[in-house]
Design a protein around this ligand. Structure first.
Ligand code: A2P
Length: 336
């Protein structure tokens, strides 16, 4: 029989996309349960043309559930994932709670899908930047091992949740009306502005929590625990697609044409690299798309050794960066 599937955090930015991905991909399930905070209990959401009522999450929510997709923050995952596993569910967790736990696979199916089989009840869905970056890096890395990576990110509001997306809309509207807007969700003015990622800053290292996660998770997913990675994460006033400028050093020079061919053939990647028309990956193109867009492939003019390439990568934060990747993991768990 098809499993009962629960979405924990169903009303959130990612939760809504989880529901849509299950629907769009025709995921085989016998019943969908929607769980959120008591604030949302009684609300309904539409799945396959039918209204499904949102229930308040409790420890007893998981009876009969075979698959639980968690996306309600790491506090909720830490508190309730064990109850789901105890009830017999496999948990695919979108939070950072278990991503570095050696007993929990951290998976991007196109990159390290084989790790799914080693799960003991919980599989972690990566940080959105790590998921999007590794989809683009893995096909290159398989042909030419990567020696060093540098990333600058341009991250959308959706990574900070539905309330941050709303703040971007509202503050932009207020700005255009010439009104003052007091930020409530994010620490700085967002309209017509950008700022260093709002994750907690480590005053000792100068890196914020987002940067630390991306580095650790990229290494883990790629299976390169020692890979030197430099990174700067920036929040930009875009609703839901993250952009990444990557500089990738290989052990030898990799011709641009070869990199293009590898990326064009890679699953989950769409090459958008039209120099003649100056058309490269953009959030407006990536929004709502499953594929990660990759372009601006060129030798790094800042590396005299000639062994580095630059790429520009854009992916929908809510899809490949979150919900789609989680549903792809769940699909890999289905009996064949
Ligand atoms: P709710 O909408 O009832 O607050 P986002 O990442 O967009 O902010 O969404 C967070 C999701 O996690 C929402 O669905 C939210 O539900 C849910 N959530 C937050 N806190 C809890 C909690 N303590 N128990 C259950 N769900 C929670």
């Amino acid at each position: 029989a098809n499993p009962v599937v629960a979405i924990v955090g169903a009303t959130g930015a990612v939760g809504v996309e989880l529901l849509r991905c299950l629907e769009a991909r025709n995921f085989p399930l016998s019943r969908l349960r929607l769980l959120a905070s008591p604030r949302s209990a009684g609300r309904t959401m539409t799945f396959r043309g039918e209204a499904v009522e949102v229930e308040a999450l409790t420890e007893d929510s998981f009876e009969g559930v075979g698959l639980a997709l968690f996306s309600a923050g790491s506090g909720v995952s830490k508190r309730y994932a064990a109850a789901a596993v105890k009830a017999g569910a496999v948990v695919v967790d979108n939070s950072s709670a278990f991503r570095m736990d050696p007993d929990v696979p951290l998976v991007v199916p196109e990159v390290n899908g084989a790790a799914i089989a080693r799960h003991r009840g919980i599989i972690a869905n990566p940080n959105c930047v790590a998921a999007i970056a590794t989809v683009a890096l893995a096909p290159l890395h398989r042909a030419h091992p990567i020696r060093r990576l540098h990333a600058a990110t341009y991250q959308a509001a959706s990574g900070a949740g539905a309330a941050a997306m709303e703040e971007l809309r509202e503050s932009t509207a207020a700005y255009l009306r010439g009104e003052r807007f007091e930020p409530r969700v994010l620490p700085h003015p967002y309209a017509f502005n950008l700022f260093s990622h709002n994750a907690e800053m480590d005053p000792e290292t100068g890196y914020n929590g987002e940067e630390t996660k991306v580095v650790a998770e990229t290494r883990r997913i790629m299976g390169t625990p020692e890979l030197p990675v430099g990174i700067t994460c920036i929040r930009v006033p875009v609703l839901r697609a993250h952009a990444l400028a990557l500089t990738v050093e290989f052990g030898e020079a990799v011709p641009v044409e070869e990199a293009r061919a590898l990326l064009a053939a890679a699953p989950g990647v769409k090459l958008v690299d039209d120099r003649a028309r100056n058309h490269f990956p953009m959030p407006s193109d990536a929004t709502g798309q499953d594929d990660v867009l990759v372009g601006r492939i060129r030798p790094d003019s800042g590396d005299p050794s000639g062994r580095s390439l630059c790429l520009f990568v854009v992916g929908d934060q809510l899809l490949k960066g979150a919900a789609l990747n989680a549903v792809q993991i769940a699909e890999a768990l289905l009996p064949r």
